[in-house]
Design a protein around this ligand. Sequence first.
Ligand code: C2E
Ligand code: MG
Ligand code: MG
Ligand code: MG
Length: 290
Amino acid sequence: AAKGGGRGQFRFYSTDLHNEAETRRRIEEDLRDALVENQIHLAYQPLVDAKTNAVVAMEAVMRWTHPELGPISPALFIPVAEESNQIGQLGEWALRRACAEAAQWPGNVKVSVNVSPAQFANVNLPVLVTQALANSGLAPELLELELTESIFLNDRDATDDMFAALKAIGVRLALDDFGTGYSSLGYLRKAPFDKIKIDQSFIRGVTEPGCRNVAIIKAIVSLAEALDMDTTAEGIEAHDELDLMRELKVGQIQGYIYSKPIPGEDVLAAMGSGEWIIRPEGPSNARSDR
Ligand code: C2E
Ligand code: MG
Ligand code: MG
Ligand code: MG
């Protein structure tokens, strides 16, 4: 696609972008230059201990600012990257960048990095993880990889081997968006996850009377407990949701109630020194990126 186009070109595109296929095509094409042109950055969202309000980890999420179209959501461009064979390169960049940034953080705040199924299926992943840790000096136990249930659609032996290789490095593994994908409980028995992240689709409406999501969250928490895994509730926005999660003994909270994702360059200033405690919706909460 044309770069730095004049007004005429922009009008051409903005009309054309009403067409979904055209939008997708343009994202796919422009994404190829986005990394080298410095259009992609990482933002980090706190994961907070439900009991103490201490920040225990920060999840790295990609932010793409397109020169003409403005911010494009990862919910839009990550699937395109996956379908167009670009996720390997983007994912490797995110892994290296997140480790490098997290190595500068005070205390023992972990960094969580999203890993796509295609990256997990690549036998080279353990080498990339080892390199990212070595180059940054980040301790392996401070790196958490977020995987989704889709990895279980891959070859089973290869999946077991990858788990073993990653655990041998000493990184932590979290099961992201739990309950939205290929939810078989059989795999959880053997998979070495340290944590289950309860998808935000279970949070929406959870405080309404009679909402059945409460039963599901209860079940997930007791399952995680029995398997010696921690839990994070994603997408907590309201105080009554937070209260309910605490009542249900969810271990960690992630959501706008504490903080939106913070641009990477602002994280150090937001953290201060020593332990970082944040209050739900507190005015001192760090600046958000959106
Ligand atoms: P995710 O891994 O489940 O990340 C959580 C998403 O929920 C993030 O959206 C986050 O900003 C959003 N979120 C957090 N708290 C709240 C809340 O209280 N309310 C609402 N409504 N949303 C909340 P984001 O940053 O747009 O990312 C969307 C998805 O894109 C991520 O979902 C993840 O699947 C994917 N993604 C982002 N960065 C990467 C990456 O570096 N690699 C890969 N493979 N995927 C990524
Ligand atoms: Mg995630
Ligand atoms: Mg998630
Ligand atoms: Mg999610």
